[in-house]
Design a protein around this ligand. Structure first.
Ligand code: FEO
Length: 408
């Protein structure tokens, strides 16, 4: 029964597939409810449009669904909103079956198209915001929505049905055979989790996409994963709007100092830095012991911080794991504009601070050219005074003091 396509709007059919057993997606995401690879088929009097494909290992079901609706010779266009293999896996075989169909992709996807299909011969055309496809009774306006979450990602809007094909935007890794948001179980956790892992690092681009979407009256959102959203779709747009707000909870700049300490030396440095930064008006400083902080809290604190400092001891010529765990949390955040640096006490050689600063630079964070703050073992009164000055200078820079920062 569930290998039959389902009609989701006038002459628009769901031809996606289910992956109920997947538990880890893209290495970093967990899913208790599996996922789906959504694809769609639009029938018109002038031919067929396929909207996205599915992961290769499920392509047989995808093709069965197409064959239940049309002949391959009827397919005029294949729209690829997102070329990641979970949505383009069946594309090479689809092109073999319908070689005359024209593939529509964003300009950024052209080199990837060749890489994924292994062919230079594919007939394709590039699409971008406001370009339209009119075929038979359907009018589709394309919308460039880059970095949601790859550089080439697109959305599109079918005017006659008020339907938004949103790509990965508004997706969830949540399989439920009942398909629609108002029929499936409570998937709100999966919707939020997906946003946090896939979309949150690109908030600026989410806001740009939302501006494009508001031009349209949207009755139905058809994403690439999870339930199709028809129960007041505005509620999902509102959630993304709320989550992508950049309004902070503070009127001041926020500096977060994270530290890890073996013998309280790095901790003492952290507190001296904090004293210095607190002396600067307009900067709120908070301090956290990395030994006792959970990852979701690290992410939340980093997101709220305009700047952060990492205090690390050196063990076996490197920073200990909790420090690297903190840095790995940046993967889930928009890093642009954040200022950061490192400091620490060490026993033998003190490589950790250099290693962390190098990593911060490679992540394109703003690392001010302050004197390196590495102290051998127990900080002296004079060295604590250096820490205080470091805190003052870092806070001043955070507060807008102009300095030259070399970016990698
Ligand atoms: Fe669902 Fe970004 O692939």
């Amino acid at each position: 029964m569930y290998h039959v396509p389902q009609t989701i709007a006038n002459d628009i059919h769901y031809i996606g597939v289910n992956d109920p057993d997947i538990r880890t997606f893209d290495i970093v995401m967990r899913t208790a409810n599996g996922s789906t690879y959504n694809a769609y088929l639009i029938k018109t009097s002038e031919g067929i449009i396929i909207v996205d494909t599915v992961k290769k290992e499920f392509q047989d079901i995808f093709f069965q669904r197409i064959e239940a609706l049309c002949s391959y010779s009827d397919i005029k266009y294949v729209i690829i909103h997102h070329i990641e293999p979970d949505h383009s896996g069946a594309l090479p075989e689809l092109i073999r079956k319908a070689p005359h169909a024209k593939v529509l992709i964003s300009p950024q996807a052209t080199t990837m198209l060749k890489a994924i299909t292994g062919s230079e011969e594919i007939e394709f055309e590039t699409i971008w915001t406001n370009k339209q496809l009119k075929l038979g009774e359907k009018t589709i306006t394309f919308l460039t929505t880059p970095y949601l979450h790859w550089p080439e990602t697109m959305s599109s809007y079918v005017h006659e049905d008020k339907l938004l094909f949103s790509g990965d935007v508004f997706g969830s890794h949540y399989y439920d055979r009942r398909l629609y948001d108002d029929l499936v179980g409570d998937f709100s956790y999966a919707f939020a989790y997906y946003y946090e892992h896939i979309m949150r690092p690109f908030k600026t681009y989410v806001n740009n996409a939302l501006k494009l979407y508001t031009r349209f009256d949207i009755a139905l959102i058809a994403p690439l994963h999870g339930p199709i959203l028809r129960d007041n779709p505005k509620q999902y747009i509102d959630l993304y709007t709320q989550w992508s707000q950049k309004n902070k909870h503070h009127d001041t700049k926020v500096l977060s100092i994270f530290y890890l300490t073996s013998y309280k030396n790095t901790q003492e440095m952290a507190h001296a830095i904090m004293e210095g930064s607190e002396s600067i008006d307009g900067v709120t400083t908070n301090i956290y012991d990395l030994a006792s902080i959970e990852e979701p809290n690290m992410i939340k604190i980093l997101e709220e911080s305009d700047g952060f400092l990492i205090g690390t001891p050196t063990i076996n010529a490197d920073a200990p794991k909790p420090v690297w765990d903190l840095l790995s949390c940046l993967m889930f955040l928009e890093k642009t504009g954040k200022t950061a640096s490192a400091f620490g006490s060490y026993g033998w050689s003190g490589e950790a601070v250099d290693n962390i600063i190098a990593r911060l630079k490679s992540l394109k964070l703003k690392v001010p050219p302050l004197p390196l703050l590495k102290i051998k073992l127990i900080p002296s009164r004079e060295e604590l005074s250096q820490c205080y000055s470091f805190g003052v200078e870092f806070a001043e820079i955070l507060n807008g003091k102009m300095i030259e920062i070399e970016m990698n």
